[in-house]
Design a binder for this molecule. Structure first.
Ligand SMILES: NC(=O)c1ccc[n+]([C@@H]2O[C@H](COP(=O)([O-])OP(=O)(O)OC[C@H]3O[C@@H](n4cnc5c(N)ncnc54)[C@H](O)[C@@H]3O)[C@@H](O)[C@H]2O)c1
Length: 322
């Protein structure tokens, strides 16, 4: 496992960056918005929770210790493609560029929609709206956001082996750990892992943008408020929202970070993808691992040092002058 170290020098580079955040009114998103704002960035943060967003906007603006940062809250439902587009366009019209995009909006699941004693031939006739809403917010919204973000981040970005522009997606430890009964939640968060992996080769080359994700372990926010006492009472590690936000900020700003899935547990961060790659032979067998290595060699022209796998890259797209 590769521990990620937070480097204050890297964090200080957030000054003057134009930052877009979803789910920014509460929890991890709010802590991330506050960090960027205090570091002197221009933060456009959004949420469906209008009152919390406005309150945060007011309290940040009243705080004179902003490092000349600015902030603007906008009510945006991540399921609404046009509203997301308007969020980016608003910031772009003011500053002429977008540097950092962070997707933190998310909801947890009330188990029992996919498996449970109550799911039977009668109840299954009811359309599972809460389940589908969860997928819309946690995954479909993230895909909308990613599409729009890459287009705006790409604009005006200079080609570089370590791009300054970045997209960071907040997933969960549920992307690689089992969560019994959290079927829709785990599916949506694992979907974000697939999205990040499918982009990490192409985004630096086509959009001059790095793509990373954060996989928080239990974090003390409203999302798990009902269970926080169980963590505290039993000495189980628990992140604060600000600790997770520190790693969000780090991967968003560190030019060396691309294609990482940073697990944050007990306030510390590790890149899970390094362990995944290093143990390939152990869990896939030598023969299959060799097959992957050969594929990497053959498709080598499209892979880059920071990306563990080439997958099945689109050679024509990579060679095209996009
Ligand atoms: N808290 C944890 O233990 C934990 C663990 C792993 C991953 N996460 C992930 O971290 C992210 C942030 O969660 P949090 O812990 O800060 O929870 P939170 O509930 O404090 O914040 C989530 C925010 O997303 C917003 N949101 C929900 N639906 C939305 C929509 N349709 N459009 C726009 N905004 C919407 C909410 O209003 C809220 O402000 C989520 O993606 C969550 O899945 C949290």
């Amino acid at each position: 496992m590769a521990a990620i170290t937070i480097d204050e020098n890297v964090l200080s580079t957030c000054k003057d960056k134009v930052v877009i955040i979803t789910g920014g009114a509460n929890g991890i998103g709010a802590a991330t918005a506050s960090r960027f704002y205090h570091g002197g960035a221009h933060v456009f943060f959004s949420d469906i929770a209008t009152q919390s967003g406005r309150d945060l906007e007011k309290s940040l603006q009243a705080d004179t210790n902003s490092g000349n940062g600015t902030c603007c809250f906008m009510t945006v439902d991540v399921c609404d493609y046009r509203a997301l587009l308007n969020l980016f366009e608003t910031a772009y019209k003011v500053f002429g560029q977008i540097d950092v995009a962070i997707y933190s909006a998310g909801v947890t699941e009330r188990p029992g929609w996919v498996i449970g004693a109550d799911v039977d031939v009668e109840s299954v006739k009811q359309y599972p709206k809460p389940l589908m809403d969860l997928i819309d917010i946690n995954l479909n919204g993230c895909l909308y956001f990613t599409r729009i973000a890459l287009a705006y981040l790409k604009d005006g970005a200079s080609p570089s082996p370590s791009p300054t522009k970045s997209l960071t997606l907040i997933s969960s430890a549920q992307a690689f750990q089992e969560g019994p009964g959290l079927c829709g939640y785990a599916a949506s968060k694992t979907g974000i892992l697939g999205l990040m992996r499918s982009l990490r080769l192409l985004a630096p080359k086509i959009c001059n943008t790095r793509v990373n994700m954060i996989c928080p372990w239990a974090t003390d926010t409203a999302m798990i408020a009902a269970h926080v006492h169980l963590f505290k009472d039993n000495g189980i590690p628990l992140n604060s929202a600000d600790e997770v936000a520190g790693y969000v900020q780090m991967v968003a700003l560190d030019g060396a970070c691309n294609g990482r899935a940073v697990y944050v547990g007990g306030g510390k961060g590790w890149d899970v993808e390094v362990g995944f790659k290093d143990s390939l032979e152990v869990w896939l067998g030598r023969e299959n691992a060799e097959g992957w290595r050969l594929q990497d060699e053959v498709f080598g022209k499209v892979s880059c040092a920071c990306c563990p796998f080439s997958g099945f890259p689109c050679v024509e797209m990579m060679n095209a002058d996009i």
